[in-house]
Design a protein around this ligand. Structure first.
Ligand code: P6P
Length: 337
């Protein structure tokens, strides 16, 4: 180990960060530690997913003889149960649940609201493509003691924290509280997330890579078609598209570039969800020096109208997002709300 490096666990890092805020109560530190625990439990099952067939599970049973749950259902339960009893959370919301999730009456409610996609891209599990958990944290704003839907429908600009867990060649947890973006890599031999990427920033100059599913070209607006054609011709951009949001955004965070999930004719809002995909990723990318736009306005400024509303995403290096907005505007068919 080089002399200047230190082994810093996420718990140690959180406590050190807390010390910089005299008003901190330690509750937020506990909340992020609980999310990190959930990530370890989910990662353990995700990494075993490929073994189910090899181990010849009978019917729908897993290695423990339990009913084999779909991994995203399992991840959803792990996230909720990691937080519901802590007294830190007023309510939650999940991609997997139609309505917001109150805290059981038997538990004390707290000040935070956690909104999450427990396992984004789970359709990629069968082909062993990296998938992820995405979380967004707000403060409760409603008057009552326990959280309500109102507490969940806050704009991304009011997030107190955002992060994701990437279950890939290694399991990484990346988060921001508005003071930079920090990445931790799980050392499975000791079960600890270790600080591996302090103060992550999109690189300058950025890698000229665009990331979009070009199969939808015919459904795009003229502005979107012109943008991608420009990038791959005069722009001389390369192309990378994994089809797993956390993996595509993580690569963009590390290398720079432009990730796009555009709207299309008849579906101007695209596919990705504002509350637990676009907004948390937008906070992370902007905290790392990039930009996050709907193609017309900053994602963090979008006022939510419903829990599962969709929004187009153009996130990555500032100049590339600026270019996208300009070309979409020229097409005058950019996203409008
Ligand atoms: P498409 C995965 O299913 C997901 O929800 C995101 O993780 C990913 O960015 C997107 O959908 C991929 O969608 O239409 O390109 O397959």
């Amino acid at each position: 180990m080089p002399p200047e490096s230190h082994v810093v666990t996420i718990s140690r890092f959180l406590v050190d960060q807390e010390r910089r805020h005299p008003e901190a109560t330690g509750k937020f530190t506990s909340l992020l530690s609980d999310i990190a625990l959930a990530a370890k439990v989910i990662g353990r099952e995700v990494n075993k997913a490929g073994l189910v067939d090899i181990l010849g599970q009978a019917g729908d049973e897993n290695v423990h003889g339990e009913d084999q749950q779909k991994l995203d259902v399992f991840a959803n339960q792990v996230m909720y149960r990691a937080l519901d009893h802590t007294g830190l959370v007023a309510c939650m919301a999940s991609e997997e649940n139609e309505t917001f999730l109150p805290i059981p009456d038997k538990f004390e409610a707290g000040d935070y609201v956690v909104i999450y996609d427990p396992l984004d891209g789970s359709s990629n599990i069968d082909v062993n493509v990296s998938i992820g958990t995405i979380f967004s944290i707000h403060r409760k704003i409603s008057a009552g003691e326990r959280g309500t839907l109102e507490d969940c429908l806050q704009p991304g600009s009011r997030q107190v924290a955002a992060g994701y867990v990437l279950y890939g060649s290694s399991t990484m947890l990346v988060y921001t509280t508005g003071a930079g973006v920090h990445g931790f890599t799980l050392d499975p031999s000791i079960g600890e997330f270790l600080l591996s990427h302090p103060d992550m920033r999109l690189p300058e100059p950025p890698k000229k890579v665009y990331s979009v599913n070009e199969a939808y070209y015919a459904r795009w607006t003229r502005g979107q078609q012109r943008l991608v054609t420009h990038l791959k011709t005069e722009g001389a951009f390369g192309s990378r598209y994994i089809g797993s949001l956390v993996a595509d955004v993580h690569r963009t965070l590390l290398q720079g570039g432009l990730f796009m999930y555009p709207g299309e004719k008849g579906k101007p809002d695209g596919k990705l969800r504002l509350m637990y995909e676009a907004a948390p990723m937008a906070m992370i990318i902007e905290q790392a020096g990039g930009r996050a736009s709907t193609g017309a306005v900053d994602i963090l400024d979008v006022e939510p109208e419903s829990l599962h509303q969709r929004v187009p995403m153009y996130v990555g290096s500032r100049d590339f997002v600026d270019l996208a907005e300009r070309m979409l505007a020229e097409g005058s068919e950019g996203w409008r709300r």
